[in-house]
Design a protein around this ligand. Sequence first.
Ligand code: NAD
Length: 443
Amino acid sequence: MRATVFGTGYVGLVTGTCLAEVGHQVTCVDVDEAKVAGLRNGIVPIFEPGLAPMVLANHGAGRLDFTTDAAAAIKGAEVIFIAVGTPPDEDGSADLQYVLAVAATVGRHLSDPVVVVNKSTVPVGTADKVRAAISAELAARGADVRFEVVSNPEFLKEGAAVNDCMRPDRIVLGARSATAVETMKRLYAPFTRSHERFVVMDERSAELTKYAANAMLATKISFMNEMANIAERVGADIEQVRQGIGSDPRIGYHFIYPGAGYGGSCFPKDVQALERTARRHGYQAGLLQAVEAVNDRQKHKLAELALRHFGGDIAGKTFAVWGLAFKPNTDDMREAASRSLLADLWQAGAKVRAYDPEAMAETRRLFGGRADLVLCEDPSDTLEGADALVLVTEWKAFWSPDFPALARTLRERVVFDGRNVWDPVQVEAAGLAYYGIGRGRSL
Ligand code: NAD
């Protein structure tokens, strides 16, 4: 089938590439000319495991193309995906300007019947707005072309996006028309061979499903961080508590890791946007407000522990920081906990030597040129002249450092483990002070 994807970010590029991988003819459109030119020359602008070779192979095979020419990409497409960003606007609601700009573009150029699929995360009611924007443009030029709008929220995880796209847990389709659902089922058939994965519903429910999923996951994290903060105060170890509750199948082990707060381009903005939607409909979503508040506080936890260790004064101290991406296996630093930590350390007059396996280019783009930041080549480079070490992102490469060597190198012999990946007993046996999240025994 012929599919066009608007937006070549984490969602659009992965979706387009996976559709090409299963044999569809895909055109990806972006307004970012440099990005499109790079992709045409085999430069994949984001890090996502497995993505680059797949882009190159499908581009080479002629199934995947990139363009800024929206009109040409719309012509002849059977399915058009909208996968552009929906960042928060000034009051935290989802900003729909990019989604509606694509809808208007589609309306301006549409000449053949098509299914327009909204993959961006959008507030309930957006399908109606997309439909209206397309219709308005068609009416303006006196055209009458049949089109359907489908809400198909995306559930891929950055860091595992290709795998999630090739083997989705479920494919949610929110639609009014049975023929649009049939078209989507044909398009996605290669991804659902082993068992039925379609969950078909009305548009509004599909739109809310995405927010509900992210809000639930964010709630689990904030809940565990709340428990961690209590554990720390009462002298309990949250890691033992985690094992104790995860063993209950009603709770499970997934997504109950305490840490330095959730980040990324989705949880913070989606929890906020859902809370604002509720408020606009006259409902105070107290739980969502608490999830957000706990997370905002948690992002300052590591700096708080550092200040506690150093008696409230870290001015002039140098911190080695391991991990800058908002989670492992990505280069994405949007809303990353590392950004709050760096801001806090700098605010208190400390210096930073930082390393991340994939996010160095992004760090340079965000903070390059600061005198109080040294970008390092590898983890050991960060330790040179450092007083303390802070682990922020739990890349596997950071899990088993040589603790006795760290004790010899770090001037103040202290480590802050923002993801509870190290064993406090082992760390302390090496002669280092250990601080984790919610590990009361270390106080
Ligand atoms: P992104 O910021 O990485 O990419 C968006 C892309 O859209 C950019 O390349 C931008 O240049 C392009 N764009 C903007 N306006 C355009 C237009 N008019 N025509 C063509 N291209 C245009 O965004 P993302 O992370 O891929 O997220 C896209 C949407 O998917 C968001 O609504 C997000 O909430 C949702 N989502 C993201 C993830 C994720 O893990 N990143 C997961 C699920 C859902």
